[in-house]
Structure formats: structure tokens, C-alpha cells
Write a protein that binds this ligand. Structure first.
Ligand code: SAH
Length: 245
């Protein structure tokens, strides 16, 4: 039985890959990868490495999670070094935990190689620090996938009224609902807000606005996925900290 490496690919810029990830990629017999993992990374693999794409396209999974798990299992039976490559960090909305639990149940050895999560690095490439002395003493990373008006939400929307940085992942299609909900619970419509598309890639685009106008601005700019939303006063620091060209 081989070993599975649940590996973070980082947010996009290939140089944000960790040395540890690069080492296993170089010796991988098979790499099972997602849409978000930068394809350039695959060039680092050895010549006879097998590649299996299990990503999402237009919101549709090519393979459901159960089948991805089975692919991991079959690969572990066949190969020594199995790399499961995921965008960002495997344990931040990456279902890496589910895959780890599955592997444990099947008696397959695994190791987690954390990655640079988009939640922090993508704002950083847009010149937005998620914390800043005197501006934000905490930040939260929240799924933007869930409709804010869902009846039994696991998200405590009322707790967002405090001044902290909120980073929504997977929320571009829900941007209008999220902004509206945050204003409904009492956040100022003037709260600074940024949407960053294809962060850390050379195609990176940043749209800055406020809760009341961000949706229109993002529509105008025709931003594409992957994109994340940053809400909070730290967004204003971009004026001074913008560096990525
Ligand atoms: N495990 C990943 C997150 C997976 S959820 C991580 O740690 O980064 C996928 C979401 O991450 C996307 O919908 C988007 O909100 C965000 N994301 C990932 N890469 C991104 C990038 N390069 N630019 C902007 N957002 C990104």
C-alpha cells in the first residue's frame, strides 16, 4: 500500500508552493489534482507520473467526493507515492479532512502538507493585510457558498456586526446577498469591501468598493472565479500597500 499526501498547492503563484510540497510532487507516481491547483506545478513531476483531474468545471464536479475517495484508494493500492493536490491549503474548505478520514478508515497511511491559503495570501497580493494594529485585531474566513437567507444557517450572521476582517471564499455568485445581509444586521453601507479575482496569478484583478456598491462594481468589471471577498476597514490600507503589478 502506498502513502497519500494531502498537499496544498498554494493560491496560484507557483513560487508560493512549499518546499515540502515540491519534494513530494517530484517523486509522485500519481497526482490527483483540482481545478484550483496551478497546472504549471505538474511540470515539476517526473516523466512517467500519472495525472488524474478530478476538479470542478462551472460548479459541476467532474467526480463526486465519494468517487474521488475511491480514486485515492485505488491509487494507493497501485502506487507508492500518491499526491492529492489541492488549491491553497487542503484543510481550508478543501475537503482534505473528509479525504483523510476516509483514508484512515481504509487503513491507508497519509500525510498532510499544508499550503498557503488563498484566504490570507490573495488579500496580501492585493495589498490588504487581514489584521492591522488599530484597524482589525481578528479575521474570519467564512464560506460564501451558503445563501444568507437560508433557514437553518450554521453561520451566525449577527456576530458579524463587530469590526473585524471577514474573508468570504466561494462567494462571488452570492455577493449581492452577502452585502445585503451584512447591511441588514447593522454594518454600515460604507464598510470597505474588496473582491479579488485570480489572486496571485498575473491575471489578478481587484475591485474595491463599499457594501452598498460592491456588487454593481464587480458586475461592471466582469470578474471571474476564483474570487474572494474581503470586508472590513483593512481594505482601505490597499491605497498605501498596493504592490503587485
Ligand atoms: N483550499 C483553498 C480554498 C478552497 S475553496 C484555500 O485554502 O485557498 C475555493 C475558493 O477559494 C474560491 O471560490 C475562492 O473564493 C478562493 N480562492 C482560491 N484561490 C483563489 C485565487 N487565486 N484568487 C481568488 N480566490 C481564490
Amino acid at each position: 500500500m502506498g502513502k497519500v499526501y494531502l498537499t496544498g498547492a498554494g493560491p496560484g503563484d507557483i513560487e508560493l508552493l512549499t518546499i515540502k510540497a515540491l519534494k513530494v510532487i517530484k517523486k509522485a507516481d500519481v497526482i490527483i489534482y483540482d481545478r484550483l491547483a496551478n497546472k504549471e506545478i505538474l511540470k515539476e513531476a517526473k516523466k512517467d507520473c500519472e495525472f488524474i483531474y478530478v476538479g470542478k468545471e462551472d460548479g459541476k464536479h467532474i467526480l463526486p467526493q465519494e468517487q474521488i475517495n475511491e480514486v485515492l484508494f485505488e491509487c494507493a493500492k497501485k502506487y507508492d507515492v500518491v499526491v492529492r493536490l489541492k488549491g491553497g491549503d487542503p484543510f481550508v474548505f478543501g475537503r482534505g479532512g473528509e479525504e483523510g478520514i476516509f483514508l484512515k478508515e481504509r487503513g491507508i497511511e497519509f500525510e498532510v502538507i499544508p499550503g498557503v491559503t488563498s484566504a490570507i495570501s490573495v488579500p496580501a497580493y492585493a495589498g490588504i493585510p487581514v489584521t492591522h494594529r488599530g484597524v482589525a485585531v481578528s479575521f474570519r474566513v467564512v464560506t460564501g457558498h451558503e445563501a444568507p437567507n437560508k433557514e437553518h444557517s450554521q453561520i451566525d450572521w449577527n456576530s458579524f456586526k463587530y469590526d473585524e476582517t471577514i474573508v468570504f471564499l466561494m462567494g462571488l455568485h452570492n455577493l449581492k446577498n452577502i452585502a445585503t445581509k451584512l447591511m441588514q444586521i447593522g454594518k454600515s453601507p460604507k464598510t470597505p469591501c474588496a473582491v479579488i479575482s485570480k489572486g496571485t496569478f498575473k491575471e489578478q484583478k481587484v475591485v474595491v468598493g463599499t457594501l452598498e456598491d460592491i456588487y454593481e462594481k464587480v458586475q461592471e468589471a466582469k470578474l471571474q472565479t476564483p474570487a474572494l471577498i474581503v470586508v472590513g476597514k483593512v481594505v482601505d490600507l490597499r491605497e498605501k500597500l498596493k504592490w503587485f503589478k
